[in-house]
Design a protein around this ligand. Sequence first.
Ligand code: ADP
Ligand code: ZN
Length: 525
Amino acid sequence: TVDSSAVTYGSAQQVLKQVFGYDAFRDGQEAVISASLSGQDTMVLLPTGGGKSLCYQIPSLLLDKVTIVVTPLLSLMKDQVDQLLELGIPAGFVNSQQTREQQMQVMNQLQHNEIKILYVSPERLLQYQFMEHIRFCGVGLFAIDEAHCLSHWGHDFRQDYLRLNCIKPQFPDVPIMALTATADRATRYDIAAQLQLQSPFVHTGSFDRPNLRYTIEEKFKPLSQLMMFLKSQTDQSGIVYCSSRARVDDITDKLANKGYRVAAYHAGYDTAHRNHVQEQFQRDNIQIVVATVAFGMGINKPNIRFVVHYDLPKTIESYYQETGRAGRDGLPAECLLFFDSGDVPRVKRLIADNPNEDRVKVETQRFNAMVALADAQTCRRQVLLNYFNEYSEEACGNCDICLDPPKSFDATVAAQQALSCIYRCEQRVGIGHIIDVLRGSHNSRVKDLGHDQLSTFAIGKSQSHEFWMSIIRQLIHRGFVEQDISRNSQLLLTDKARPILKGEIALMLAEPRIGRKVYDDKPLV
Ligand code: ADP
Ligand code: ZN
């Protein structure tokens, strides 16, 4: 242990230099530190790697009472404390994995003022005895790390965090610092309300991660699209996120069969397996982890070169968090998302299947924002940062839209072909079947229904499956075609389709983006 009474520091600047060895504060740190030293509540919104820890570590050395840091991750707790001890900062932690003796020892040190900064898990903090003990010893500052865990809207809600709302009533004179890498407005509001922050000083840093290249690709045959992408990523570390456990297992098998060093991670596996996967990934023994969102916080691997979203995330916030795990070392990294607009109604129904109307409303709005990002024809980064209230005038030059701007083309003939094919098939079949007929497939269903006899059979055979998929999806989007979800997504023509079929109006559509891949280009950053 380190004797805390030996050293006293004059200023935050001095601590920064003498203890941490840094010359200058990063954007926001100094203001946050001085606000908490003067007793004000604070809220620190900085992206991962932005330097949040220093915001409470420096005050802990300048306050004469202990700083209590609440954090949900036991493993990170120990790492942090080890690092602080290394720097000569008297630090400790208490959690449920310790023996009673270990816990008693820490409590003793606390009482003798031998600890300046104490890390605790939320459930520990909330125990009556612990509360009484720290009240007795005196607390200088509460820092709530990963504060988004107390928001239902956050991507990582934790029941224990909710009860942190008792800190303010019990310690009305002790400043609270809430820290998170999430800047989404709803979450931010929740944090301040739950913790009962009193006119807090808020610092929001830039959430831009310029080294990440965002690509959102229309989802056609996702497995082949994934394989193609992986070929561009020789031996690089990465994560593939999927929306279900079954899909995680399935894709893991398929990649393993192709010879990739790959492992699956989701909540269906036991802790031992999950820890093993995380550790092997950390050590580069596993190249790719295929995972649900359960694989998340606590991954502390700087050289993740890519994050693929096989399915659409439910919020921009989760998309940002998950892609944010790539490129922590500041070197270029790829973020690739496969988007099928056909998934949208299904996800919406899942969201709506909740008795809590308010939640349905908010979650639907948040999901709509994610869909708008996937659908955007403007710079992805602008849309992303706008969502976090960070406006940038200039397009980024490092996303698929900037690198390969969408073009539109006169799609009147293609649209007529697709629409009349839907009409001839008596509006009783789905997208896949229409494409089969257009492209002249002789599969048995086409034959059984006699669709190989139609005048539209094979009229579109010069174009690829992906081309037609993209055209029909756009026709759905633009309201010329409807998908009857209650009946196997059969396609129906709307009234808007008539003038096109009659040749009364022309139709411009976005050129299907098939072939050229922006991730094949050299990184720009
Ligand atoms: P966060 O908690 O926001 O993810 P950290 O607190 O772990 O980020 O900081 C990320 C890295 O930046 C750490 O290695 C930290 O030592 C370093 N760092 C923080 N503040 C400064 C600074 N003012 N000057 C130089 N390096 C800093
Ligand atoms: Zn861009």
